[in-house]
Design a binder for this molecule. Structure first.
Ligand code: SAH
Ligand code: SF4
Length: 370
C-alpha cells in the first residue's frame, strides 16, 4: 500500500483518514498541529502522540514537500526557492519581507495554460497541476525554514515568519481548484497556519465560474489580473478573455464582493510600453471598473529572456497612476522586489530543463546552472 502524504490532507480529510485507522478526531488534530504549527517532518518527533500510533503512521504515511533544488537571497532580502516537481519541471516560491508584513508568493502549477503574452510562466507552456502537498508544502517549508530567524529577530521563541500569502507565483490557481481549496483551508485553519482570510490572496486571470465557486467554498481576498480596459486588447494579452470577456468578469467580481473578506477587489494591471499605458487607456479603465469596489495595482512590466515587450518609463507610470487616482480609485504601483535573482512578478520560469530534453526523459539531468 502506497504511503499517504499527510500534506495532501486538510482537517476534514485527515480526520477521515484517521478514522479508517480507528483513531479519534483529536488525534488527527494533534498530528496536524505537529506538522503545520511545528514543522515536524518525522513522526518520531511527535512526543505526545502514543508510540503505537507513531509507529502506525511511520508505516503508512509520509510528510513530503517538493524538494528544494536551489535557493537564493536578493540584496533586498527577498528570497526565492526553486522546487523540483519531477520530470524536469520546477516551480518557484518567493518570500518578500516588508516593514509591517512578510509575504510568501506561491505557485500552483508547473507552467500555465493561460499563455498570457507578457508572462514568463505562460511562455513556457503547461506541464501539470501541483498537488495540495506541493502547494501547502511551499508554506510549510518556508515558514519553518524562516521561523528561527524571525524568532531571533523578535527575541522570542516561536513567532510566525510569514503573515501573508499570495497566489501570484507560477500557474493559474483557479485552473487547479481541487488542489488549491484544501491548501487554502489549511492556511486558514487555527491548527495549521491560522492566517486571516484577508491576508490570503488568490490572484486569477479571470476564471469566472471558479470565482463563484471560491466565493461559496472559501472566500479569501481576491486579485484579478485585468491588464486592459477593452475586450479587443485583453483578448490579445490574456487569451482566456475570449472565453470570459470583461462584462462577465466584472459581473463575477461584483458577486464575489458579496462574500469577500475585503470590501474591494484588487485589479492587477501590468503596464507595457505602447501597449496598454496611454492616458486614454487609463480613462477607459476607470470606466470599466466604475461599478466594482476596487483598488488598482499597477505592475510595470518585468522583462525576461525572449520577451519583446518593454516597461514604460517612470514618468509614464506616474502619469497613468495619477489619472486613476484623480478618477477616485486607490492606485498603487508595485515596487520591484528581488529582480537581481529573477524573482520579480512574471519572471518566474522555474524550468530546470529545456522542454525538449524533458520530453526525452532526461530526468536525471536535474543539475541547475547557477
Ligand atoms: N495566474 C494568476 C496568478 C499568477 S501571475 C494571474 O495571472 O493572476 C501574478 C501576477 O503577475 C499577475 O497579475 C500577472 O499578470 C503578473 N505578471 C505576469 N507576468 C508579468 C511580467 N512580465 N511583469 C510584471 N507582472 C507580470
Ligand atoms: Fe498564467 Fe497568470 Fe502567467 Fe497568465 S499571468 S500565463 S494566468 S501565470
Amino acid at each position: 500500500m502506497a504511503a499517504v502524504n499527510l500534506l495532501n490532507l486538510d482537517r476534514e480529510a485527515l480526520t477521515a483518514w484517521f478514522e479508517t485507522l480507528g483513531e479519534k478526531p483529536f488525534r488527527a488534530r494533534q498530528v496536524m498541529r505537529w506538522i503545520h504549527r511545528r514543522g515536524a517532518a518525522d513522526f518520531g518527533a511527535m512526543s505526545d502522540v502514543a508510540r503505537s500510533l507513531r509507529e502506525k503512521l511511520a508505516q503508512q504515511a509520509t510528510i513530503a514537500a517538493a524538494p528544494v533544488l536551489r535557493s537564493g537571497t536578493s540584496s533586498d532580502g527577498t528570497r526565492k526557492w526553486l522546487l523540483g516537481v519531477g520530470a524536469g519541471d520546477a516551480v518557484e516560491t518567493v518570500y518578500i519581507p516588508e516593514d509591517d508584513r512578510a509575504t510568501l508568493c506561491i505557485s500552483t502549477q508547473a507552467g500555465c495554460a493561460v499563455n498570457c503574452r507578457f508572462c514568463a510562466t505562460g511562455m513556457q507552456g503547461f506541464s501539470r497541476n501541483l498537488s495540495t502537498a506541493e502547494i501547502i508544502g511551499q508554506l510549510w517549508m518556508a515558514e519553518h525554514e524562516l521561523r528561527p530567524a524571525a524568532a531571533g529577530a523578535a527575541g522570542e521563541a516561536a513567532t510566525r515568519a510569514i503573515s501573508n500569502v499570495v497566489f501570484m507565483g507560477m500557474g493559474e490557481p483557479l485552473q487547479n481548484y481541487d488542489a488549491v481549496l484544501p491548501a487554502l483551508r489549511l492556511m486558514l485553519d487555527d491548527d495549521a497556519y491560522g492566517l486571516s482570510r484577508r491576508r490570503v490572496t488568490v490572484s486569477t486571470s479571470g476564471m469566472v465560474p471558479m470565482m463563484d465557486k471560491l466565493a461559496r467554498d472559501c472566500p479569501v481576498a481576491l486579485a484579478v489580473s485585468l491588464h486592459a480596459p477593452t475586450d479587443a486588447l485583453r483578448s490579445e494579452l490574456v487569451p482566456l478573455n475570449k472565453k470570459y470577456p470583461l462584462g462577465e468578469l466584472m459581473g463575477a467580481c461584483r458577486r464575489y464582493l458579496q462574500h469577500s473578506p475585503r470590501d474591494f477587489i484588487t485589479f492587477e494591471y501590468v503596464l507595457i510600453a505602447g501597449v496598454n499605458d496611454a492616458d486614454r487607456q487609463a480613462r477607459e479603465l476607470l470606466q470599466r471598473v466604475a461599478d466594482v469596489s476596487c483598488k488598482i495595482n499597477l505592475i510595470p512590466f518585468n522583462p525576461f529572456p525572449g520577451s519583446k515587450l518593454r516597461r514604460p518609463d517612470a514618468q509614464r507610470v506616474r502619469d497613468f497612476a495619477a489619472i486613476l487616482t484623480e478618477g477616485g480609485v486607490v492606485t498603487t504601483v508595485r515596487r520591484t522586489r528581488g529582480d537581481d535573482i529573477d524573482a520579480a512578478c512574471g519572471q518566474l520560469a522555474g524550468r530546470v530543463l529545456d522542454r525538449t530534453t524533458a520530453r526525452l526523459g532526461a530526468r536525471h539531468a536535474l543539475a541547475v546552472p547557477s
